[in-house]
Write a protein that binds this ligand. Structure first.
Ligand code: F3S
Length: 859
């Protein structure tokens, strides 16, 4: 192959294989397979990849540390040195997912939320402190500092690393799907399940199949008033249609070269939303300029430039056929218009000036078509108790949450300062936000506060209620906190389709808040604008965003900041020294972290009473010998689901319901409802998480039509899925899950696979899988399969009482081989359905035979 024509992302992986392959057998064949990726048959060649480092966030990182601690306990129990279990590559865990927006809209919100966060998560934080002292290469960025991907971008990433005098590319995997944000800085990396990351830490390669690489050739430039958020929403819409799932995407062309680094990072961030493994930009002077601008040393910047130039990997090509991609998609940046995406999926983009018309259509459209099936308008009066019972009116489309949130955008000073400048103009006109809107600002680093304060724009945002509520994921991960009870009751009683507007990257129903059904993604300045308007049922091109105290209309164009104003604000406030200073001496900035006690020692002393951290049963009955691959006979379905089941449906991150199996467990343990916390924060406790699996009320089990999720049918009775699974396990009856298209889409949540395993599910058979969840199922010893003929799903979806056999598999199993699902309905003839076993690679077969990656590593 002509190396010079290979996409840069592929060549960086090759560089990495050649220079950072410690202890791994990287063969010439591996190199050739990757180098000739264009001729490779997708799904055929797996590449063993040793990444340079690993990043974790706390929701996924805590359970990973729990598993490491459990492995140490297992090794210690065998009379061996616990220190044998030690990460072999540096691991950084950033605590960002736990802070919740309990308080918003006042100067004290930040401190109060932080207090509550430490109160709720003390046990988890003590455990993290134990981990930091027990493992040499495990570092924690404490709560209240920032969001993992922004911290990575602004502080952790180096672009080039050095070991024993050998320089090699900075590469990584992270246990969060938006790890791809770092692709904007030219760092190869993506999100994996915690299970895979754990294996990577312990010396296993992070394998991936030789990918197709789609080149996105960008030309032109963004027009005045158009933001990076508008651009990424269009990129997401276009690439979803291009079908880039499982592929690398590499941006190039004059348009890509001219983009600022934060704009590149915003585009890279949403790779999971467009479905790609990566959204990559090469390294050039914009990259080193950003490194210097964020206070990285001149020496590092020079090393990066010299290294990538010496390897012929420097720069973003501007000629369309400069590199050989499997497919090229062209996009003219000047065609991008201000837009939003929603109300349920990030790829459903709508021009701002078309939102009113589209909202009307969506409101009336059937639910199956993405609508809300509401044909009558509604208006209800609410009394906002948190604001002294002040009255407000709400109806369909009323905005109840307006959040400047998420790594996608808070890492980008141009859009954050634009929000502040818009707020300043709105204040000058005397505009106000409706009392029923919960407003918040949750930046991904303290640097944001620094530049917003320096420009005086934080004060302007404060006046509209956008006070800082925490440095973390906040509303983006669904930690939007409670709504005013006066409002929430009315929304429920009147069945109002309320809306949220947020600068995040995901908007699945109920991700943001259980009572808010329509969620629109947009740039931070648009979040402020829509908060002022109070509704999404508005055409901001022709209708006023608000009125002055004298009743004069003010339009969006009147308050939209100019490009020059944004540039001036950036020039005056972004200072390199601030970045690194705010990231060093974490403890000075967060005395609460210092006060946390930490236990010591190499082996963790499990507290049997803890409701947060428990020793998981993954190593019970551990045997180093691989198990036999056997057919599955007499299986019952535990769930039959439609298309687009997300990992959040399978393993929710949000609030634990009082009457759910997990709620019952916590009550039995004496935990008061106010201290239930979220599933996300209890991922260190397998008892809670197994009970929470499939407990999201938004997942509809076709076996019990018309009933909220979390239940199934067993012997003609409707029971919670956990309770039914317990009966099946007691009776040693195997269970399976049937799913539709894109099963397991969404985040890299490993508990979606761990919980499936601990419920006793033996196989998950779907029309298709999202990449990470499939690999996580294998990593937990659960067999993923796809229907050979997707229409066979329709023959099965109503057979809640059927019995299933999965035949044609044994120890000779070949990756991607076919097997037979024999279906025995309770009435009528049995029939066979062919399926493909989605064990994709030889090493996955080894994992499956071991019962999962963890026992495999331990063996
Ligand atoms: Fe957190 Fe949302 Fe980013 S959950 S890591 S802010 S995508």
């Amino acid at each position: 192959p002509n190396l010079g024509k290979l996409p840069i992302s592929i060549r960086i992986v090759l560089e990495s294989l050649l220079r950072n392959n410690d202890g791994l057998k990287v063969t010439e064949k591996d190199i050739n397979n990757l180098a000739s990726y264009n001729a490779a048959v997708p799904g055929e060649y797996e590449i063993p990849f040793v990444v340079a480092r690993i990043v974790l966030q706390d929701f996924t990182g805590v359970p990973l540390l729990v598993d490491l601690a459990a492995m140490r306990s297992a090794v210690h129990g065998m009379g061996l040195d616990a220190k044998m279990i030690e990460p072999l590559v540096p691991v950084d865990l950033v605590v960002d997912h736990s802070v919740q927006v309990d308080y918003a809209g006042t100067a004290a919100s930040l401190e109060k939320n932080l207090d509550l966060e430490f109160h709720r998560n003390r046990e988890r934080y003590e455990f993290l402190k134990w981990g930091e002292q027990a493992f040499d290469t495990f570092k924690v960025v404490p709560p209240g500092i920032g969001i993992v991907h922004q911290v990575n971008l602004e502080y952790l990433a180096k672009c080039v690393l050095e070991k024993n005098g050998v320089y090699y590319p900075d590469t990584l995997v992270g246990t969060d799907s938006h790890t791809t944000m770092i692709n904007g800085l030219g760092v190869v990396g993506w999100g994996v399940g915690g299970i895979e990351a754990e294996a990577g830490m312990l010396g296993q390669p992070v394998t991936f199949l030789v990918p197709e690489v789609v080149g996105v050739y960008l030309t032109g430039e963004l027009q005045t008033g158009v933001t990076a958020t508008d651009l990424v929403l269009l990129v997401t819409e276009i690439l979803r249609k291009t079908k880039v799932v499982g592929k690398f995407v590499e941006f190039y062309g004059p348009g890509a070269k001219a983009l600022s680094l934060p704009d590149r990072a915003t585009i890279a961030n949403m790779a999971p939303e467009y479905g790609a493994t990566m959204g990559f930009f090469g390294i050039d002077e914009v990259t080193t300029g950003y490194l210097a601008g964020t206070g990285r040393s001149a020496e590092l910047c020079a090393t990066v430039e010299n290294y990538y130039k010496a390897q012929g990997l420097w720069g973003i090509p501007t000629v369309k056929d400069a590199l050989q991609f499997t497919q090229v998609v062209e996009m003219d940046l000047s065609s991008v218009k201000p837009g939003v995406a929603g109300p349920k999926r990030p790829q459903d983009r709508i021009d701002v000036d078309n939102l009113k018309a589209k909202w009307g259509e969506l409101l009336a459209a059937p639910v199956a078509e993405g609508g809300f099936a509401k044909t009558e308008s509604k208006t209800a009066v609410v009394h906002v108790n948190s604001k002294d019972g002040v009255a407000d009116k709400i109806g369909h489309g009323s905005i109840l949450i307006a959040a400047i949130t998420s790594c996608t955008n808070t890492s980008n000073p141009s859009v954050m300062l634009a929000a502040g400048l818009l707020a300043k103009k709105a204040n000058a006109y005397g505009l106000k936000v409706n009392p029923s809107v919960k407003t918040s600002l949750g930046p991904g680093s303290r640097v944001v506060t620094d530049y917003l304060t320096k420009t005086g724009l934080q004060e302007e945002l404060d006046k509209l209620g956008f006070q800082t509520v925490g440095y973390g994921c906040t509303t983006c991960i669904g930690n939007s906190g409670p709504l005013d009870s006066g409002i929430e009751d009315v929304v429920k009683a009147e069945d109002i389709v309320a809306a949220s507007v947020l600068s995040g990257n995901r908007n699945f129903e109920a991700r943001v808040h259980q009572s808010v059904k329509a969620n629109f993604l947009m740039s931070p300045p648009l979040v402020v604008a829509y908060a002022l308007a109070g509704t999404v049922d508005i055409d901001l091109a022709t209708e006023p965003v608000g009125k002055t105290p004298k009743g004069e209309p003010v339009f969006l164009a009147d308050i939209w900041p100019s490009g020059q104003e944004i540039t001036d604000a950036m020039t005056s406030s972004l200072k390199p020294d601030v970045f690194q200073r705010l990231y060093t001496g974490f403890s000075d900035q967060n005395p609460k972290w210092n006060e946390i006690k930490s236990s010591t020692g190499d082996v963790y002393e499990w507290d049997r009473e803890s409701t947060y951290i428990q020793e998981p049963p993954f190593f019970e009955g551990f045997s180093p010998a691989p198990r036999d691959i056997v057919e599955i006979h007499g299986a019952r379905p535990l769930g039959i689901f439609a298309d687009s089941v997300t990992t959040d449906h399978i393993s929710p991150a949000g609030a634990i319901k009082m009457d759910s199996p997990a709620g019952r467990y916590l009550r039995e343990k004496g935990v008061g409802f106010a201290d239930f916390n979220s599933y996300g924060s209890r991922r260190g406790n397998d008892r809670v998480m197994t009970r929470g699996t499939f407990a999201n009320v938004r997942i509809k089990n076709l076996m019990v039509p018309g009933i909220e999720g979390g239940v199934t049918s067993i012997g003609g009775e409707t029971k919670a899925i956990y309770d039914a699974a317990a009966i099946y396990q007691e009776d040693t009856i195997p269970t399976i899950i049937i799913g539709g298209e894109d099963y397991g889409m969404g985040s890299s949540r490993d508990w979606a696979a761990k919980g499936t395993n601990l419920l006793g599910v033996k196989a998950v058979i779907t029309k298709s899988f999202e990449r990470i969840h499939r690999s996580n199922l294998v990593g937990m010893g659960v067999l993923p399969c796809n229907f050979v003929n997707k229409e066979d799903y329709d023959k099965i979806k109503d057979l809640a009482d059927a019995i299933f056999d999965l035949t044609g598999i044994d120890n000779d199993l070949k990756p991607m081989q076919t097997a037979t699902l024999q279906v025995h309905p309770s009435t009528g003839e049995s029939f066979d359905v062919p399926v493909i076993v989605r064990i994709d690679t030889p090493v996955e077969k080894d994992y499956y035979r071991a019962g999962g990656i963890l026992p495999y590593v331990l063996a």
